[in-house]
Design a protein around this ligand. Structure first.
Ligand SMILES: C[S@@+](CC[C@H](N)C(=O)[O-])C[C@H]1O[C@@H](n2cnc3c(N)ncnc32)[C@H](O)[C@@H]1O
Length: 440
């Protein structure tokens, strides 16, 4: 349920409100303006923290299954992404405004978006160039002029998306295989629409605007191609594109307004690199230890396609990289700490050990490390996972107020992952647990 008053947009979920400053705000720029003063007062109250964790809110947020919305979260459906409510409550509970939040496996950038919206600085790393593209785009702050350019670009583009026009064939990308499985009888109109649209992206002045435009096309193409049996017509795609652009512009404005209102000037760093060795990264030396490390690593035994879409059933395409203008790193196991079919997941745990050794070196004795981890076979996989954490010098912290299981932890079953199940469908019943650690 959406509640609007003059200065707050509240999304009511599970009996509590998640508040974002409303889109409409006084624009008089007067330092004595009562509307601005009042809304600033409310934001300060909203940003209070760290506070005593409100355990019920944390539990609700862990189980949050609402459709992802608000700020820039709807820019793309990154597989296995956090619920924003989960990230938000963890950041509120375990860090202060102005402090640093780090996500070593940032994926779609949920942690970074929520951290900045709450006045924290944020660093994220990921080996997937698509993730870095998304996190940068979703945390970009746009001026009113840039928003105007983007709106005009989108509306001017529609009449140009005529399938009878000659497109510039993206030959190099095609030769490298990035258009695999999107040139068939029902899919070619989408490929051609994208080719026509991508040509126009260069007209936008700044890199930031160009990335936003590519992201709007990415979102539209994901809707049209990924995990669906029927391919929509070119005219349906044009309509959807305008719908997504409008929604994304609202989200970008909401994000920019929220960050500016906090007056905290958060720093945002998105790095295209592995978490392994992150402690030696020059680009982040100056930031010191994060107050909170909030993350979800690749999951043991769970097959998630971070880098492909599944077209017409199980035909995979790397087209998202072509649309984003970034390069794919390698095959699926590159993004998942190894092949899920390896014996006892030895490669997986080896990579996890290296990554968390580095993550632990980033932490101080005060840093809280919160992870959401899914398992296909929790019984033995969790034990091995906890052993890796221990080997990396991390001690588990249990919160007696935060449990729904006899093991003293909080578990949730994973919704909607069937499309990313492997051929045997083994991941349909995977479960996620929230783990808290500190440096030993
Ligand atoms: C479960 S997803 C993270 C989703 C994220 N929490 C979100 O809200 O979108 C795990 C991510 O880890 C990334 N990854 C895998 N190996 C990595 C490594 N060695 N270093 C950094 N990132 C890695 C994958 O590319 C993937 O994006």
């Amino acid at each position: 349920m959406l509640i609007r008053d003059s200065s707050i947009l509240a999304v009511r979920r599970n009996g509590y409100d998640i508040m974002y400053p409303a889109l409409r705000d006084c624009r008089c720029h007067s330092s004595t303006c009562s509307v601005r003063r009042e809304s600033r007062g409310r934001d300060d109250a909203f940003l209070r923290s760290p506070r005593m964790p409100i355990w019920e809110e944390l539990l609700d947020a862990i189980h949050d299954k609402q459709p992802v919305s608000g700020l820039t979260h709807s820019f793309y459906k990154y597989p296995a992404r956090f619920s924003p409510a989960f990230a938000r409550q963890m950041i509120l509970a375990f860090s202060k405004p102005g402090e640093l939040v780090f996500d070593p496996f940032m994926g779609g950038g949920t942690t970074l978006v929520e951290a900045c919206a709450l006045g924290r600085s944020a660093i994220g790393t990921d080996i997937n160039s698509l993730s870095v593209f998304l996190a940068e785009t979703k945390t970009s702050m746009f001026t009113r002029a840039e928003i105007g350019h983007l709106r005009s670009w989108a509306y001017d583009l529609i009449p140009k998306l005529n399938l009878r026009r000659r497109s510039v064939h993206a030959r190099e990308w095609a030769e490298l295989g990035y258009q695999r499985n999107i040139s068939g009888r029902s899919t070619w109109p989408i490929r051609k629409t994208l080719e026509l649209a991508l040509r126009s992206v260069q007209q936008l002045e700044s890199k930031r605007e160009q990335k936003f435009a590519r992201c709007a096309l990415l979102r539209t193409a994901q809707w049209a191609l990924d995990c669906r049996e029927d391919i929509p017509s070119a005219s349906e795609i044009r309509k959807r594109f305008l719908f997504f652009v409008t929604e994304m512009i609202d989200g970008a404005r909401q994000f920019t307004t929220t960050v500016r209102k906090n007056g905290m000037n958060p720093k945002i760093v998105c790095l295209h690199r592995s978490a392994i060795g992150i402690e030696a990264e020059r680009a982040i030396k100056e930031y010191g230890a994060p107050a909170l490390i909030l993350t979800s690593p690749p999951y043991p035994g769970v097959h998630v396609l971070y880098h492909r879409w599944q077209v017409l059933g199980r035909r995979e395409t790397p087209a998202p990289f072509w649309i984003a203008g970034t390069l794919d790193g390698a095959g699926g196991s590159f993004y998942t700490f190894g092949d899920r079919k390896q014996d006892r997941l030895l490669k997986y745990y080896g990579q996890a050990r290296l990554a968390f050794t580095s993550v632990a070196k980033m932490a101080s004795s005060e840093t809280i490390i919160v992870q959401m981890v899914a398992f296909s076979e929790p019984r033995w996989q969790l034990r091995s996972y906890l052993k890796v954490m221990e080997d990396c010098g991390l001690t588990e912290v249990k919160h007696p107020q935060l449990t729904n299981h006899t093991d003293g932890r909080v578990w949730r079953s994973v919704p909607n992952r069937r499309w990313y199940a492997d051929k045997g469908g083994a991941t349909g019943g995977s479960k996620e647990v929230v783990l808290f650690h500190k440096r030993a």
